[in-house]
Design a binder for this molecule. Sequence first.
Ligand code: ADP
Ligand code: MG
Length: 733
Amino acid sequence: MDRPPKKTATAKPASPAASLKSAPVKPKSAAQQALDKLGLRTPMDFALHVPMRYEDETTVVRLADAPVGESVQIEGVVLRCDITFKPRRQLVVQLQDDGVGLNSGGGERSMCTLRFFSFYPSHQKALAVGQRVRVRGELRGGFFGFEMVHPTIKPADAALAVALTPVYHSTAGLPQAYVRKAVASGLQRADLSETLPPQGLQALQALGLPPQWTLRASLELLHQPPPEVSLQALEDKDHPAWLRLKAEELLAQQLSQMQARAERASMQAPDFAVHEQASWSAALLKVLPFSLTSAQSRVATEIGRDMAAHAPMHRLLQGDVGSGKTVVAALAACAAMQAGWQCALMAPTEILAQQHFAKMLQWLQPLLEQHGKTVAWLTGSQKKKERTAMLASVESGQAALVVGTHALIQDSVVFHKLGLVIIDEQHRFGVAQRLSLRRKLTHTQGGRQLSPHLLMMTATPIPRTLAMSYYADLDVSTIDELPPGRTPIVTRVLPGAKREELVARIREQVEQGRQVYWVCPLIEESEALDLRHATQAHQELCEALGVEQPGDDETALPLVGLMHGKLPPARKQAVMQGFIDGHTRVLVSTTVIEVGVDVPNASLMVIEHAERFGLSQLHQLRGRVGRGAAASACVLLYEPPLGQVARARLRAMQQTNDGFELSRIDLELRGPGEFLGARQSGAALLRFAELGVDDDVLAWAAEQAADLLANNPQAAQRHMMRWMGGKVDYLKA
Ligand code: ADP
Ligand code: MG
């Protein structure tokens, strides 16, 4: 819920004196817009806009002692003040300070040039020759001596600051002075009354928060630190004021997730309880060429239990690549379909959706036919005629299972009776997509509001603290075991210069009837370059293997295939099918094959420029091999020199095949942002607390949130609104 932008009462356009200090102030509406852009609207927004750093204006330094590259305050007499036109129009001022300092060595160390590229007569007046002024800015050591660009100016007789000066995050055209005033005003007007229960505050004391640090006292300290406060404690965020903010923030996060959970628990959902005899799931299990691992059985039971309850399921199924999540999804679909409901299975890419569709047909078609039902399929690239037919079957309910990409959630798709939604590789979808899905899903059935069950699947396991913090509203099932009979993948790391050695290896695999992936890197911001690289690699491999390059015949399925994002969808599908069927032995590809693709006969994966990939991406890619019984290998080619992090990533890949372990290492190397993926763009990332650092506060918050919701729901609401405002919704996605 967005509030209309309010006018900030005291944020007047700065006075001429203020405009002298910095760039000219834009008219109010522009500044207002700039504040809006920073997300600053309500008094609380301003109160929580804590400084990103502080400047020490309590002292004036001598130029001779001043550190170049840092922001300093100096004082001196203007010797020269001219407008010059080369290289562009500017006001150039020569300032001389008293020149006595510890390192005072020569005249030039007491001179500083000030440059203004935009200036007003007021600048010239304040900087007239002979004036004594105090200026502050970043000191640069240019070729012609010291320089400052656009320093702020004060008369030399102005009182020195007695405390640290806050510096706020701002944008172009929004002067610090303006933000500072708006913040001060917000801080005064915001409702900062206590929301924490006494026992919660008491528990915080044990974590180092003395009772005097109320929210107001903490914010006031951070915005206007008194002279005695150490800059270090503020910068290290270990002042009690910081602890208070972190605790409040984490509490809000926990509250909103627990509330989302409670809301869901109060919603109605279809009931899929089925009788074991003659169940569709049992029929599916019979046609499978394998039996479930015990981990698969366990999670299937957990999911089944959720779907037999009256509240909508909200479950994340995590399992390493190749752990067999798809069949678990199919089992869940069986329960929904048998109970007379539709199931939607959504995948992040066309290739993956296509593959799921093929698999579902293979597994479920006979069963569905018996009951006069079908599997439908929806993607963005579909032919109009086919799409129309599919849409009709979805709307009539004839399609019991609908597989597709996010085309599934478009407005034109009308479900007859949607009871279960399964999202594969859920972290690949954006917050907006998941929200729109959720909105679309709640529907009225016979006078009752019913929400479908939701099952999300991911191969990127979420570390525990992260799960606790960001996914506290999710139930999690984990497949912690791979199907039997797989030989572990052997991973080798090789410099790119040795790629020729690989050709013999590839030929050997092909001669043994196996298949090979050759993955080319994503080149930042350039699909065209990606393509060129993949095309070239394809050509080289064709030559090295002595395979004839396919001509322009679009239908030919070559021994060495080429797959990239720019191919027309139909061609993509054909190339992929060629590889799945085994005609194509070597598939040169950009990272489009990253997620979910399943070709058990593939036994060798080569990844070029492996140093450019993230750890979870490498693991996902590697997971494309080792899906059958054949011994499989992954070769990571890199281009030296390797950075420290890249080296650590490649080493980790070589040392373990365990997705959970890799995910832990990844968290260590990169911080939590990576894992959150799209959730990050929901602006829901923590601003004050830091996972891994403030885990004790997180545990405190989890405990308090449960307590507060149960015993003081009003305070809980006030706390959430204060901290999250309109963002609460995002957390539910
Ligand atoms: P992921 O969890 O990565 O989505 P998939 O569902 O694609 O994994 O399964 C990987 C491969 O393992 C598929 O070929 C699938 O048919 C096979 N598979 C799944 N479960 C078993 C099992 N219990 N025993 C043997 N093979 C299995
Ligand atoms: Mg999968």
